[in-house]
Design a protein around this ligand. Structure first.
Ligand SMILES: [Zn+2]
Ligand SMILES: [Zn+2]
Length: 67
């Protein structure tokens, strides 16, 4: 009965609840959480580092890192 989640967002990541998320994409669902953050070009090394932190989606470019 709670209204904790925003409508249309089926993701619990805290970035969705922040008014000024520091990243463009949500690491859990890949959705855009702050469209004002400029999309960055990522290197394979950055994606490999993100993968080691159990990040499913890159927060900079939204690429899926793990399936
Ligand atoms: Zn999300
Ligand atoms: Zn990336």
């Amino acid at each position: 009965m709670g209204e904790q989640r925003k409508r249309g967002v089926a993701c619990d990541n805290m970035n969705h609840r922040r008014a000024q998320a520091p990243v463009r994409h949500c690491p859990a669902c890949g959705g855009v959480v702050n469209e004002h953050v400029v999309t960055r070009q990522c290197s394979d090394a950055q994606h490999a580092a993100a993968r080691r932190q159990q990040t499913v989606y890159c927060v900079d470019c939204g690429t899926q890192l793990m399936s």
